[in-house]
Design a protein around this ligand. Structure first.
Ligand SMILES: [Zn+2]
Length: 345
């Protein structure tokens, strides 16, 4: 390949390397160096093999960043849930009014900061998705033999257009169908209100200019309180699995066993549901798992909705100290709550 030969000679001349060019770090360093010396270097026509390798490396490194971001997002959800639970203790004796709770949540300094951080993380994730799609698109074009000269510019321009399209969206358009946003707001709401049903998402994302005006008409139905019960075992959900065909969830072992024992396909066990489930249409539901764990804590502390109310916060703390002696999870949770409390003081 003549073009490759020419380039590696050029590399040797510029960085003075002996030519024992290992792929990977050395190559990347050479590229960076060449781009500095000759900004046009990255814009020279590239051959298929080299282009394919470069774009594949780009997609892979974007994927690594996205994975790390995903971990931070999960941590942020946990922190927000803990924080909301701690705050709920300060408002336990107040009457429950959905709109007042929404306003209090929005006006709390820490919760609103967490909300901003969370949305910023989702935006960053959307940006990474855009960059990965653009890089994959570029990789395909190179593989198909498209004549491409300004490769770097093509990538940046294309990504920039899509990013501008994203940032011109309203919050409702950005987050309304985002699974992680849903996970965040349900956990925060239930933790903040001792397990009350979470209001319609449109209340969390008020209509702004640019949103469909008729969009707000049909959401004034009451929020449903989740009972976290498995329709098969009739006990609290364990290792919850959710259906991707209907809004139903089950204890993991119970639904998997049911499907297997029915020859790989079982009608949804919720009466009135006409979906038929396979192992491919149910999935472990991490968001629900967090909500169940918070629910179990509330029940244990006697503050689930409908629970006979009466224990004060001080009593609860004393009780939990006794109960928690041989329970590491609960103990860790108590310590975390105390740390949050101390941080706020
Ligand atoms: Zn169902």
């Amino acid at each position: 390949m003549p073009s490759l030969d020419k380039r590696s000679k050029k590399k040797q001349r510029v960085d003075g390397s002996s030519g024992d060019d290992e792929p990977g770090t050395q190559g990347a360093r050479n590229d960076a160096l060449l781009a500095k010396v000759d900004p046009e270097y990255l814009n020279k026509p590239i051959d298929i093999k080299q282009g394919e390798a470069k774009t594949r490396a780009l997609v892979a490194s974007l994927g690594t960043v996205k994975k790390k971001l995903g971990e931070s997002i999960k941590t942020l959800i946990d922190i927000a849930g803990e924080m909301a639970e701690t705050l709920s203790e300060e408002h336990r004796d107040e009457d429950y009014h959905e709109d007042a709770k929404l306003a209090a949540l929005k006006n709390d300094k820490i919760m609103s900061q967490l909300d901003r951080d969370f949305r910023a993380a989702l935006d960053r994730e959307a940006e990474l998705d855009i960059r990965m799609t653009t890089a994959s698109d570029l990789r395909m074009r190179i593989a198909q033999g498209h004549q491409m000269t300004n490769v770097h510019k093509w990538y940046e321009d294309k990504a920039k257009d899509k990013l501008e399209e994203y940032t011109s969206k309203t919050p409702r358009q950005r987050y309304e169908n985002n699974v992680l946003f849903e996970r965040y707001r349900t956990l925060v709401w239930e933790s903040y209100t001792d397990g009350r049903g979470v209001p319609n998402i449109k209340k969390f994302l008020p209509r702004e200019e640019g949103d469909d005006e008729s969009d707000d008409e049909d959401f004034e139905f009451g929020a449903q309180t989740h009972n976290f019960q498995c329709p098969i075992t009739l006990s609290t959900l364990e290792d919850p699995y959710s259906s991707s065909l209907c809004p139903h969830s089950f204890s993991g072992d119970a639904i998997k066993e049911l499907i297997k024992s029915s020859g790989g396909r079982s009608p949804c066990p919720v009466s009135g549901c006409d979906k038929s489930l396979t192992l491919g249409t149910v999935h472990a539901d991490e968001g629900l798992r967090r909500r169940v764990a918070a629910h179990v804590r509330r029940v244990k502390e006697g503050r689930a909705p409908g629970a006979t109310q009466g224990r004060t916060f001080e009593q609860m703390d004393l009780d939990s100290e006794d109960e928690d002696e041989d329970d590491d999870g609960e103990e860790a949770h108590r310590v975390k709550k105390e740390m949050i409390k101390a941080a706020r003081a």
